[in-house]
Design a binder for this molecule. Structure first.
Ligand code: ADP
Ligand code: MG
Length: 345
């Protein structure tokens, strides 16, 4: 038995709580888990068939079972005063113990309780190709019957997501969306929730996922403006740099870092107000006889122009008129997104 580290020992001994152990490969996670299980069997008198041990791979499950068996044999051999009848029984139970991948555990549960969920006991797991073909078949049937019904929202959806009267893009969208939702705990409820985001109202903007996304990308853009100005500042401070511009740049940075950035972290309306208040001052004059390098001077002016442009560009995305336009577009998509949801279901 290795000399367990303090952390390993704590993970082995902890009881009566949830426990998450994260550590690098080869650092001893499996060893710790095996020791935990062995201790549960040896010291706590637990029966192995009362435990569920799941792993990612069959190989890992096999390794786990083997290591637990070895630990039990060792304990029996050493006869360290534990109840050896209990230990022998564990060894007998081991082959039947639930030590498996999560998939085979689920399979086992379903096989045992198929009647509870009205499942044909002869069911089997389809392979990937088979499932894909089934999906395509269903897709074809669904689309065929939708074209027959001719609901305007369906036709509108086809028009928006297809090119040259081919609906392959729409099919792909539906399939992708379907497989994406399969990793959500409640796929259909999740889909319906997402669709509601298209029914966004102007006065409830701040809680919407769009605005959260917008604000985080605005923060990145503001950081970009700060970077441009910081570069300009360094050039101002170089030998023969345009020293008079330094004051301008410092003032710009103060406004962007001190006003705009905090506002963007606060929320949309704070950002809108702050954006309107930012005002880049007129560049100071550089006296002709001051020995300033024209190249450096031009670079600083260029960087500052780029910063100004980026700042102006921000306005398009965050100002009320721009947002109203975007929200109108989202709202227009709402009925089609609802229908997309129907197709995916
Ligand atoms: N504290 C320790 N001292 C010495 N060897 C250890 C210690 N902890 C784990 N080991 C050994 O290191 C090797 C890798 O451990 P393992 O549990 O397979 O790592 P992981 O599951 O984290 O990839 C095993 O041979 C294990 O016995
Ligand atoms: Mg491991």
């Amino acid at each position: 038995m290795p000399n367990w580290t303090k952390e390993q020992q704590a993970a082995i001994d902890a009881r009566g709580c949830n426990l998450l152990v994260a550590a690098a490969a080869g650092s001893g996670k499996t060893a710790v888990l095996v020791e935990r299980i062995t201790q549960l069997l040896l010291k706590d008198g637990v029966d192995i068939d009362r435990l569920l041990v799941v792993t990612f791979t069959n190989a890992a499950a096999g390794e786990m079972r083997e290591r637990i068996g070895a630990a039990l044999l060792k304990a029996i051999d050493e006869d360290i005063g534990e109840d050896s009848a209990h230990l022998r029984r564990q060894l007998n139970l081991l082959p039947k113990a639930s030590i498996s991948t999560i998939h085979s555990f689920c399979m086992q549960v379903i096989r045992k309780y198929f009647h509870v969920i009205n499942l044909d006991p002869g069911f089997r797991i389809g392979d990937e190709t088979e499932c894909h073909l089934l999906k395509l078949e269903v897709m074809e049937e669904v689309l065929e019957s939708e074209y027959e019904k001719g609901n305007p929202n369906f036709l509108g959806l086809v028009e928006r997501f297809s090119d040259n009267r081919q609906d392959a893009a729409l099919q792909e969208l539906v399939l992708n969306l379907h497989s994406f939702t399969q990793s959500k705990p409640f796929p259909q409820a999740w889909l319906e929730d997402q669709v509601q985001n298209f029914a966004l109202e102007m006065d409830k903007l701040d809680d919407s996922p769009w605005v959260k996304t917008l604000l985080s990308s605005v923060i990145i853009e503001i950081q970009g403006i700060v970077d441009l100005l910081s570069e300009a500042l360094i050039l101002c401070e170089k030998p023969f740099g345009p020293e008079p511009y330094r004051e301008n740049i410092l003032d710009d940075l103060q406004q962007i870092n001190g006003v705009l950035m905090p506002a963007a972290r606060k929320g949309l309306s704070a950002l809108q107000t702050a954006w309107g208040q930012i005002n880049f001052s007129r560049l100071k004059t550089c006296r002709k006889d001051a020995g300033i390098d024209e190249e450096l001077k031009k670079k600083v002016r260029d960087l500052r122009e780029r910063a100004k442009k980026a700042l102006a560009g921000l306005g398009g995305g965050i100002l009320k008129s721009g947002l109203e336009q975007n929200i109108k577009q989202l709202n227009e998509l709402y009925p089609y997104m609802q229908y997309l949801c129907v197709l995916v279901k």
